[in-house]
Ligand binder design. Sequence first.
Ligand code: LLP
Length: 421
Amino acid sequence: MDHFLYRGGVLHAEDVAIPEIAAAVGTPFYVYSAATLTRHFRLFDEALEGTDHLVCFAIKSNSNLAVLKLLGNLGAGMDVVSGGEYRRAKAAGVPGERIVFSGVGKTREEIALALTGGIRQFNVESEPELRAISEIATALGVTAPIALRVNPDVDAKTHEKIATGKSENKFGIPIAKARAVYAEAAKLPGICVVGVDVHIGSQLTELAPFEAAFTKVRELTLALREDGHDIRRLDLGGGLGIPYTRSNDAPPLPTDYGAMIKRVLGDLGCEIEIEPGRLISGNAGVMVSSVIYLKEGEGRNFLILDAAMNDLVRPSMYGAHHDIVPVIEAQPGTEPAPFDVVGPVCETGDTFAKGREITPLSPGDLVAFRSAGAYGAVMASEYNSRPLIPEVLVEGDHFAVIRQRPSFEEMLGRDSIPVWL
Ligand code: LLP
């Protein structure tokens, strides 16, 4: 459930009419619902009730400071994958002891930043990384808490670009090698082993691959304890999918996911961490755009919007589906017609949908892309010198711009022309 509903034929974000925001900030823009973010975070938190746990929001899905502050205030931890994300978590007031640091390529600077500013644990993805963390921690006179991210060789049954748990993927340490690497970790001076980490992919629509991976983590935990390691924390990653269309089968709910976690791992006495991103932020946001032109092509009609692939890249990058709905509901009896929905960017890939059935619209009309709160704004670029679009947060009957649209002066001001030109 989200909080983007029609009232009196007008799409609202909670109690605010979308056209009101459009009039204030101009299109295109992203708008997020505070109530949906809160609800989705609580669903996970409640799903793990009864076990010691921390829900670490995967910042990569939506890293706006206001979103992080809202979730941090609810008690969320944060999963970061770069120094920039670490800084964002800290800037939103999240303490280091609630921040986990994932990612295959942490630089020495990033490791030092987290060790100095405070970190709950590094999720370590290779032996060279493990040694680097130990060296840096030793030089700083501290000990780094770590979990090894293991690659369980499980098929997540999701889009190949976002599956991470197969042995051919770059992620994690092969689970068969894990005991040996833990043995090495235990000997390193700057390292304190605290747990095991796994993340098999994103937008998973079934529990079975999770269960297969968590069962392997369970077996590994028991073996590692036999080897003398104090495994007290399990980080199970993120990945639970969301419904992108109203019609398709809904993925399992956080409650089912939580129940499965408790069933498979509950008796180990470990603290459980999870790193959901999409399920918290995805359906908490929409992207609003307006129609620039309707163009008749040969055998197809184009709806040309003022938003483009640089603003929401998921359709061009993964062939992802986002529902596109009119902000003002069509009059009853108006027949939808098929349109190719495209943006102004100069490539054919700048296509949001092909042959999508949409009720007739006119230039200036607003449309909303649903489920755009995750991997939307964060993946945007300024391709074609199009300014990054603003982000707005709604709470009840009020809204705030939480990221301004940059001016062209700001954009151009970032470049400099060398004196010899
Ligand atoms: N933890 C780790 C280590 C991850 O790599 C990810 C996502 C997550 C947690 C959060 O996964 P989620 O709960 O959001 O599924 N740009 C793609 C998605 C990339 C996901 C990358 N890793 C998309 O637009 O679909």
